[in-house]
Design a protein around this ligand. Structure first.
Ligand code: IPM
Ligand code: MG
Length: 360
């Protein structure tokens, strides 16, 4: 099995170095046999190759079983045109690999229930899976642009659009995953104001009736969903939503668990296509290079790859248990403070603690 590592920008290289440490241990002690290659993406790729994603890295990704990315973006590239920015490399990679389904679990580790800004009683035992459509909607819709109006002022515009086929394929992923959990899907859109939302709701409803009668389907408007996530997040099992709402709601759901530093994600395409696994925390330029970033999200992203793509659900579970044990033992990176009796560690300290448990 081949894994492509794309460290990228900001804290990306730091957290992927710890993930690499975990891979080494799984290779040495658990017969994983994973071949690792490394490539550039985002700002790192802009600096070295003049573009946020080269054709050769995309080819390398296509030839791998899975891709693990750190993060892209940073203030030094923020003034560039959209098509030149680091983020474009990520969007092109998602699009280039056809990764239409983005899985973003929000899971509350018991040891971290007090790290949330919400009360323990509200988030204890939280286990939500957001399935976000990833290569359609307003992120990619045409026409888009900025035009100058006759009076010299400007108009910025984007297009939200979803076809039946785009909705059905991501909805199937959500329904299939729900069957492995609590068999409940809540589909989220704004059918009260958007035509794309009407098509979304009707398509999901028809698909459930014809192919997934055993899965319970409910619908919610996106604004209500944002509110319900902080009011009573445990009401949800799988949330199925579009690209933009999914971007927003997954950050919100993530923070319920105490820190974005704990949350992995997977982007999946058609069966057999390599998936893209990434921590959802982003490049965090404010703490980059300081050795304090939390590597757990990246390590848990590796666990998702082991489960969904690399055929080693046993090692996925082992890795997740190691993370959980390290948290139970009191290890905390700076983003996770607030717990009692904490042992504050940096990026490497956390990575080492997890790797040690895996080699024991
Ligand atoms: C995410 C990020 C990306 C997105 C950015 C970096 C393009 O916010 O993965 O959630 O908006 O999809
Ligand atoms: Mg986001």
């Amino acid at each position: 099995m081949k894994l492509l590592l794309l460290p990228g920008d900001g804290i990306g290289p730091e957290v992927l170095a710890e993930t690499r440490r975990v891979i080494n241990v799984l290779n040495a002690h658990h017969g994983l046999g994973l071949d690792v290659e490394t490539g550039d993406i985002g700002g790192a790729s802009i600096e070295r190759h003049g573009t946020s994603l080269t054709a050769s890295v995309l080819d390398l990704a296509r030839a791998s079983h899975a891709v693990l990315m750190g993060a892209v973006g940073g203030p030094q590239w923020a003034d560039m045109a959209f098509e030149l920015r680091p983020e474009q490399g990520l969007l092109n990679l998602r699009k280039g690999l056809g990764l239409f389904a983005n899985l973003r679990p929000a899971y509350c580790f018991d040891a971290l229930a007090d790290a949330s800004t919400l009360k323990r009683g509200v988030i204890e035992g939280l286990d939500i899976l957001i399935v976000r459509e990833l290569i359609g909607g307003v992120y990619f819709g045409e026409p888009r642009g900025i035009e100058i109006l006759p009076d010299g002022t400007r108009r910025g515009f984007n297009t939200q659009s979803y076809t039946t086929a785009e909705i059905e394929r991501v909805a199937r992923t959500a329904f299939d995953l729900a069957r492995q959990r609590d068999s409940r899907v809540c589909s989220v859109e704004k059918a009260n104001v958007m035509e794309s939302g009407v098509v979304w709701r009707e398509t999901v409803t028809a698909l459930q009736a014809s192919e997934y009668p055993d899965v319970a389907l409910s619908h919610m408007y996106a604004d209500n969903c944002a509110m319900q996530l902080v009011r009573n997040p445990r009401q949800f099992d799988v949330i199925l939503t579009d690209n933009l709402f999914g971007d927003i709601l997954s950050d919100e759901a993530g923070m319920l668990t105490g820190s974005l530093g704990m949350l992995p994600s997977a982007a999946l395409g058609e069966t057999g296509a390599p998936g893209l696994y990434e921590p959802i925390h982003g490049s965090a330029p404010d703490i980059a290079g300081k050795g304090v970033a939390n590597p757990c999200a990246a390590i848990l992203s590796l666990a998702m790859a082991l489960r969904y793509q690399l055929g080693r659900p046993d090692l996925a579970a082992l890795t997740e248990t190691a993370v959980s044990e390290v948290l139970n033992a009191g290890y905390r990176t700076a983003d996770l403070l607030g717990g009692e009796g904490s042992c504050v560690v940096g990026t490497q300290g956390m990575g080492r603690a997890i790797a040690e448990r895996l080699s024991a």
